[in-house]
Design a protein around this ligand. Sequence first.
Ligand SMILES: NC(=O)c1ccc[n+]([C@@H]2O[C@H](COP(=O)([O-])OP(=O)(O)OC[C@H]3O[C@@H](n4cnc5c(N)ncnc54)[C@H](O)[C@@H]3O)[C@@H](O)[C@H]2O)c1
Length: 369
Amino acid sequence: MSSVFSMAPFFESENKSRVAVIGSGNWGSVAAKLIASNTLKLPSFHDEVRMWVFEETLPSGKKLSAVINQTNENVKYLPGIKLGKNVVADPDLEHAVTDSNMLVFVTPHQFMEGICKRIQGKIRKDAQAISLVKGMEVKRDGPSMISTIISQKLGISCCVLMGANIANEIAQENFSEATVGYRENKEIAEKWVHLFNTPFFSVSSVQDVEGVELCGTLKNVVAIAAGFVDGLEMGNNTKAAIMRIGLREMKAFSKLLFSSVKDNTFFESCGVADLITTCLGGRNRKCAEAFAKHGGKRSFDELEAEMLQGQKLQGVLTAKEVHEVLCHRGWLESFPLFATVHEICIRRLPPAAIVKYSEHTHQHSRASL
Ligand SMILES: NC(=O)c1ccc[n+]([C@@H]2O[C@H](COP(=O)([O-])OP(=O)(O)OC[C@H]3O[C@@H](n4cnc5c(N)ncnc54)[C@H](O)[C@@H]3O)[C@@H](O)[C@H]2O)c1
């Protein structure tokens, strides 16, 4: 009997979940901060949150990960905000994930496939994942959502978390909401909800991974359109029209790709709320506004480098990926707004074409949306 008692704390500690955050940009750092505030309070989690840092050398000559660990602040991607002493920055990807059974993926989507390849076979057998990544990969055989890439490459289940979540506002602890999308296992979804939920960050779950993930991905394309409208100073009515048309295309595109996508998902935080916040604030809107103000004469690459200080623009790349899907599937004419955003981004059309998109498509095909 006595030996059982003496082993109890060991088993208790072994049963606790360990969290690793893979990514440390603007949202990655805020996610780590949110999670770290909860792991301190929740007895089922180890306090420490490991955060993988894509290492870079700062102008001071110091390594970013070392500075984060010294100052408890991501001075490059989230300056002025303390992350919590239990956040440990780790520049070694494999080391960062090795002990964790709860993996939170939050990097720009173009890096996700490479990251998954690097940790293939190196994670715990009982690991679970959640993706906060907005975007998709387009392959020859069709589009792949990031959660699917994670599941397939790592052989683990993957939920998603999306919502009206401009990272800097959450860092200030202003109230917002988010949606966890899950496939089958409600219990795992609730564990993620528990890990993220705080009094100022209200998280709920829906059984619709693809719907939630596509909302988060596609709204960045609509935000580019909203930015064009702002840059051309067309006013709020026009922007509202673009948002409505964009939401309609988001819903139609998602349902064509996955018939399982639910209508109600578009009314969750990941749907209409994220669309609104991204079209009002956010970096996609901001860069697209500048693009239109310059009459499309400066490229998005240039504007991203100049305006975002290392943060990545997702909407332009997503517009290209969506366009590829539309071309492959013969759906171009049914999605005039999505198609036009891409044409403007690659400077085949002027920014003003954003409100003339119907001229580039056939009216009758849009009626079916
Ligand atoms: N920032 C937001 O407000 C916000 C909100 C919700 C969702 N998101 C989504 O979260 C995801 C991550 O965005 P973020 O804001 O944390 O990042 P970010 O755009 O602020 O920063 C870019 C990150 O990419 C890293 N990076 C650069 N080159 C890399 C490489 N070759 N390999 C791996 N990493 C590299 C950088 O070190 C940095 O951490 C994106 O999908 C984004 O759409 C962002």
